[in-house]
Design a protein around this ligand. Sequence first.
Ligand code: ADP
Ligand code: MG
Length: 204
Amino acid sequence: MTDDDAKLDTEFFRRWLAATAAAVDREAGRLTELDSAIGDADHGVNLQRGFAAVTAVLEEQAPTTPGAVLTLAGRQLIARVGGASGPLYGTLLRRTGKDLGDEATVTRQRLATALGAGVAAVAQLGGAQAGDKTMLDALLPAVEGLAESFAAARDAAAQGALATVPLRARKGRASYLGERSVGHEDPGAASSALLVAALAEAAA
Ligand code: ADP
Ligand code: MG
């Protein structure tokens, strides 16, 4: 079966978020280090707290559709993460889940469309666009890549995160540094690359 035909079920979405929680735990130190260079050194801790809460609530409430898994996870991130990234990631997952509706399974193409809606909601909430050195610099290419394959999404997100290094931050805390934000990878773009890598991992 090619991944075009694959039906992504509720279990797939639980695997995605579990793999994200594991990656965030593994990489929390690096995320916080990136955030100490151009922010306030809390990004790893913020996401660890958020995704631990996501893992717990998914176990407790056992949502039964892909859309319900993502909307519940998104609500939890908004409620539990104090930093800018909580409402932004929360909005990403909640809006993506809302777009999936109550379908029992979805195709990768369908997920790409829904994730596109989620990323657009992040752009609207944060007022950022491509090249502003934010999570969008990993998420926007990931949506394009996902139209092709999970691996293409993962690679595009990783490249997008690395491509934030020479950029000057125009949104979020890092923008206060002006020129001094140049030369560092954006922590939110780095964590978005983890989220998309976890998606490819869930599909493998
Ligand atoms: P805080 O900046 O409140 O400490 P975090 O450290 O958890 O929150 O997250 C910082 C990340 O959030 C940044 O690296 C960036 O990717 C993302 N971010 C911040 N502001 C915005 C915004 N307006 N739009 C999109 N992403 C943003
Ligand atoms: Mg921070």
